[in-house]
Write a protein that binds this ligand. Structure first.
Ligand code: FES
Length: 264
């Protein structure tokens, strides 16, 4: 399976994110102005914006959850940040739903409780948005930061069993210095890399804070983590440059009949 999509979030996710943010903030402003004397036109608009947040928020959340499962490296500092981002956004939607629940639907006039809840939702959505931005700018989730000649993003899911060789690529599938992500059934991720000296398979997880080495840079048999620059030999897994202290694990790989076979 080949695609360019791994480091970009699901294409629908970033397209949907602005809607609930705008609706949540707009609902608060329009209801507040309505309560402060603006009148029914303002709070009716606020009510519709509140409803808009309730419709678009879960939709954005579905695609965010897909990114949470597939784009954010497992067991990483980014995963913890993504979990907090998700929990805060779910909490935001719960507060938005509560503000809708307490609105008087006869004339849509919001009480101060509703306006207060909407204000809390604004604070929460800003907090969740800041974490989402950090996931992009710091953890590079959704950023295509790969190097020249890295080739198209490539990954495969295999059902590898200990001791049994499994095909992970065709012999000519990768150019020298290109990598391919291998997903195992237990959620573990490995990387197949092609060096001048042949193929190598190693852990995708950087032991420093869990960055995905498949998204890093590989050259001259050394892979560089995209998050803080640790470098590892892809042959024996040894650390060449920190901040990582621990080596990565490497695995047996052989070429046969035009295929690359991995044995765990
Ligand atoms: S996660 Fe920090 S160097 Fe890899």
């Amino acid at each position: 399976m080949r695609s360019r999509a791994h480091f970009k979030t699901h294409p629908i996710h970033p397209m949907l994110i602005p809607f609930p943010i705008a609706f949540i903030m707009g609902a608060f402003v329009f209801d507040l102005v309505g309560r402060l004397g603006g009148g029914a036109a303002w709070w009716t608009t606020g009510g519709f914006l509140n409803l808009g947040a309730l419709i678009t928020g879960p939709l954005a959340g579905v695609f965010g959850f897909i990114d949470y499962l597939y784009a954010v490296p497992p067991r990483s500092s980014g995963k913890k940040r993504a979990t907090n981002h998700m929990m805060i956004n779910v909490g935001t939607l719960a507060v938005v739903a509560a503000s809708w629940f307490f609105r008087d639907l006869n004339d849509w006039q919001p009480g101060w409780l509703v306006v207060g809840l909407e204000g809390i939702a604004v604070g929460l959505v800003m907090w969740g948005g800041w974490l989402g931005g950090t996931l992009s700018f710091q953890n590079q989730i959704g950023v295509d930061h790969r190097y020249a000649n890295a080739g198209r993003w490539s990954e495969i899911a295999v059902d590898a069993k200990p001791g049994e060789p499994v095909t992970v690529a065709k012999s000519d599938e990768l150019e020298v210095d290109q990598m391919k992500l291998i997903r195992l059934p237990d959620g573990k991720r490995l990387v197949l890399g092609r060096t001048e000296a042949g193929y190598a398979v190693f852990d995708d997880r950087c032991p420093h804070k869990g960055g995905s080495l498949a998204g890093g840079l590989m050259t001259c048999g050394v892979v560089t983590c995209p998050w803080h620059g640790s470098q590892f030999s892809v042959r024996d897994g040894s650390v060449k440059v920190g901040p990582a202290h621990s080596p990565i694990e490497t695995y047996r790989v052989e070429q046969s009949a035009g295929e690359i076979r991995l044995t765990l």
